[in-house]
Design a protein around this ligand. Structure first.
Ligand code: NAP
Length: 290
């Protein structure tokens, strides 16, 4: 079946109103696929539900919503329950149910910070590889979109002219969510399944001080990086409403960055999509230039 022909079965996109999910849904729709966007609030007032997308009520915490969302589905873009300390607890039963319902291909949004040998989401990586004949695990680096919109870093830049992290001088190859969605769309629609874990990064590893310098150049206002301890970072995140265990996990990831864990780039965007990943300077100019 060619990419342009409509598929008889919808592709289910969980987190389909979120940062990557809505971009994936748009790409699938543009490629002529039927898309079922899963959302806790699948009504027309939702700011990120786009006309043309079929919508299903879906809540990780409400298993009664899972079977109707999976009805007739063969392919799934899977975004884990955001902020869950034990994502496998709800995802593994969902994956079993999806397989029984006839799903064949799953493309999971994972993270560069989580490997297959890890617990938690690492267990979900393994389950997808073992249970589905067609699969891909996307392991993107940190999103460039963390510095746009309502994200905590973007707010801090706007309100205080600073980015606060426990990453020290550590570097991260930030990635544009559009590039992640391009890779995801290929993994979902390519005739040959990828059956691979993709480490997805932007074109260059940057420290948060580098990011601050770019935002300073682009906005014309001084933006600095304030490095804090892991404990201070955890408390700051928890104070802003992030659940305590998740705040601790995120602060631990900052510490890993400080130790160099994310100082790497990959060629996956170019190899899978045929185009180079977007640079942070380019994205920042598009979003922040007055
Ligand atoms: N930010 C980064 O730098 C980064 C880096 C690597 C990986 N990631 C991964 O990206 C994922 C999401 O990132 P994000 O922060 O940008 O979130 P997001 O995708 O923008 O938003 C969360 C999505 O989850 C849905 N959702 C929330 N609670 C739900 C529930 N109980 N049941 C079903 N759906 C629910 C929301 O939909 P409704 O509100 O419509 O229900 C929304 O579409 C995480 O798994 C994270 O590990 C992030």
């Amino acid at each position: 079946m060619s990419a342009a022909e409509p598929q008889p079965q919808p592709v289910l996109v969980t987190g389909g109103t979120g940062t990557t999910g809505r971009r994936v849904a748009d790409r699938l729709l543009a490629a002529g696929r039927r898309v079922r966007v899963a959302s806790r609030h699948p009504h027309p007032g939702h700011p990120h539900l786009v006309a043309g997308h079929e919508a299903a009520r879906f809540d990780w915490t409400d298993p009664a919503t899972h079977a109707p969302a999976l009805d007739g589905v063969r392919r799934i873009y899977l975004v884990p329950p955001v902020g869950a300390s034990d994502p496998a607890a709800s995802m593994l039963p969902f994956l079993d149910q999806a397989r029984r319902a006839g799903a064949e291909r799953v493309v999971l949004l994972g993270s560069s910070a989580i490997a297959e040998t890890d617990g938690g989401l690492g267990e979900v990586y393994r389950a997808i590889r073992e249970r589905f004949p067609q699969w891909a695990v996307l392991r993107p680096s940190w999103f460039m979109q963390n510095f746009t919109g309502d994200h905590v870093h973007a707010q801090s830049v706007r309100e205080h002219g600073e980015i606060v992290t426990a990453t020290g001088d550590g570097r991260v190859a930030f990635i544009d969510a559009d590039d992640i969605a391009d890779v995801a769309a290929r993994a979902l629609t390519d005739e040959r399944p990828h059956n691979a874990a993709h480490l997805i990064t932007g074109p260059e590893a940057l420290s948060y001080a580098d990011v601050a310098a770019t935002l300073t150049r682009v906005t014309g206002r001084t933006v600095r990086h304030r490095a804090v301890s892991r404990e201070a970072m955890r408390d700051r995140l928890a104070g802003s409403g992030v659940p305590e265990q998740f705040a601790d996990l995120l602060a631990g990831m900052d510490e890993a960055i400080a130790g160099g864990a994310e100082d790497r780039t990959s060629d996956v965007v170019e190899r899978v999509t045929g185009h180079a990943p977007r640079s942070f300077t380019d994205l920042a100019a598009a979003h922040w230039r007055a």
